[in-house]
Design a protein around this ligand. Structure first.
Ligand SMILES: [Zn+2]
Length: 517
């Protein structure tokens, strides 16, 4: 090539050639989860299917090249390719290991994940993915000599490469139109598996959405809310609202699961609502949606931030307290009193905490010092009624084994790694079910504490989970698939209600009647 720079080095590369090589590498290797998912489709099990997959590979390579072409300059190409390769290696790891897709909702979730949660997701497989998919080509790239070419000549080449890549993509798309449109329509998640572009796209959507909606004035809701008038002499209500995490309805023995995961709740006369679906498939979506009056579909399309149920309760003069044992309340509790359950200063017992280790606490911490927390709420509001919201760690994955204490693990052996697909399915389910059984224990302790408050209050407990979880069904793990294509395991959630007998009487609540339904 005439463009090769005269140097002692035997080979020097035009930035565009490096971009092409990287695009081929990314398409062929860093997209392995996409190729695995596509080759598993029944309609791909033919020669026509194989040709389609190869051609789709060419589209992915062309698309990747098109997005790098205008950035292919002598001084920029190495950092740009490093960024693409690293993003691709990380994306491949999460898609390949957990069966998730990186759509805008998942990106919101990623951005809201705290360090503690992120640590659970780090493991040797991620390191291997980084080394193989990004480290290997970067090691070579770092030593490669880049050709010096005039600004104008490089600009013309880059533009030409962009045009060729786009034309190639368009030609392939037209040639494959029938297969392409059918496949993308039937398997919508595939389009979110094109790596790493889908990560960039999702990030772009999230950032532009955040910019398009500057935090306008908050829309108030229910400013005129009032508690129902109470007959003289009746006690104020005390509701413990427990927001579960990642619990599946079909793993509650209350709902017919054949393992004793609800041994304690079963003895406390609770009602289980068996046909409840979640408001989203991940915490960041579901939590605000659960507390909104809008409902799932309208909530998705909402244009502005609005107040939620907790604000309304507060407008009505009730005492509200949000206790968190997780990564925060996603904005739901911003305007009401809230505290970290692990913050013992408020409780003042000063005991060394056997419930907490490495900055994480078991859910019993939510109940510790509850008497003191209740007493600290304003007396005037308490006289109207109290709503305590307990936000659980629940069955948060992938490290399910960390969600129950050693002394409360009825199901063994347990999967004790966060690399879920390395575990026997039975051991994985054991670890998950132990976390459900522990939630059962925590809820039972909550009911026992409430029972002790009956002298001053009419107590009740409502438990509902934010979303479910995939435990390897159809090779899917964790949660967070877009709602429309999420499997039932990710959206069918448990909901349990308990009322003290005196509360039921005051409210005219007929448990026997409800139970029949
Ligand atoms: Zn969640």
């Amino acid at each position: 090539m005439s463009s090769r720079a005269p140097s002692a080095n035997p080979r020097s590369w035009n930035p565009l050639t490096l971009a092409l090589l990287a695009a081929l590498w990314i398409a062929a290797f860093a997209n392995w989860p996409l190729w695995r998912a596509m080759s598993a489709l029944p309609e791909m099990a033919s020669a026509r299917g194989a040709v389609f997959i190869v051609a789709f590979g060419a589209i992915v390579a062309a698309l990747t090249l098109a997005s790098i072409a205008l950035l292919a300059w002598r001084w920029t190409i190495k950092p740009v390719l490093a960024f693409f390769l690293l993003a691709a290696a990380i994306g491949a790891h999460f898609m390949g290991s957990y069966g998730v897709v990186i759509d805008p909702t998942m990106m919101v979730n990623v951005l809201q994940t705290d360090l503690r949660e992120a640590r659970d997701l780090l493991n040797l497989r991620l390191l291997a993915s980084l080394l193989l998919l990004a480290g290997l080509p970067l090691w070579w790239l770092w030593r490669a000599d880049v050709t010096r070419l005039g600004l104008a000549r490089q600009a013309i080449r880059n533009l030409l490469a962009l045009v060729i890549a786009v034309v190639l993509m368009a030609a392939l798309a037209v040639a494959l139109f029938a297969d392409l449109s059918a496949t993308m329509r039937n398997h919508r998640s595939l389009r979110y598996m094109i790596n790493p572009l889908t990560s960039f796209f999702s990030l772009g959507v999230v950032v532009s959405a955040a910019r398009a909606q500057p935090e306008g004035p908050l829309l108030p809701v229910g400013l005129d809310a009032k508690p129902l008038p109470r007959a003289a002499g009746t006690k104020p209500p005390l509701l413990m609202l427990v927001i579960g995490e990642t619990a599946r309805a079909d793993h509650f023995s209350l709902n017919g699961y054949d393992r004793p995961t609800n041994a304690e709740l079963a003895q406390r006369g609770v009602l289980s609502f068996r046909n409840v679906t979640s408001c989203g498939t991940n915490t960041a979506t579901s939590l605000p949606c659960m507390f909104s009056h809008l409902g799932r579909q309208v909530f998705d399309a909402r244009a502005q931030q609005r107040e939620n149920l907790l604000d309304v309760l507060q407008h009505a003069g009730l005492a509200v307290l949000w206790l968190d044992n997780q990564a925060g309340c996603k904005g739901v509790c911003d305007r009401v009193p809230h505290a970290l359950a692990s913050d013992s200063a408020a409780v003042g017992d000063g005991l060394p905490d056997a419930l907490c280790a490495d900055g994480e606490c078991l859910d019993e911490v939510l109940l510790r010092g509850l008497d003191a927390r209740l007493a600290a709420l304003p007396a005037q509001r308490r006289a109207q009624g109290v709503v305590l919201v307990l936000h659980q760690m629940g069955s948060h994955g992938p490290a399910y084994f960390k969600r129950s204490p050693e002394s409360r693990k009825p199901f063994k052996p347990e999967c004790v790694t966060n690399v879920l697909q390395q575990c026997e399915r039975d051991a994985l389910v054991n670890a998950y079910d132990n976390s459900i059984a522990y939630t059962d224990h925590v809820l039972a302790l909550g009911i026992d504490w409430l029972t002790a408050q009956t002298q001053h209050y009419n107590p009740a407990l409502l438990y509902v989970s934010d979303h479910g979880e995939s435990l390897g069904e159809n090779n899917l793990f964790l949660h967070g698939l877009p709602y429309a294509m999420a499997p039932r395991e990710q959206i069918h959630v448990p909901m349990v209600l308990w009322m003290a007998p005196q509360t039921a009487t005051v409210r005219g609540f007929n448990a026997a009647c409800l139970r029949e339904h």
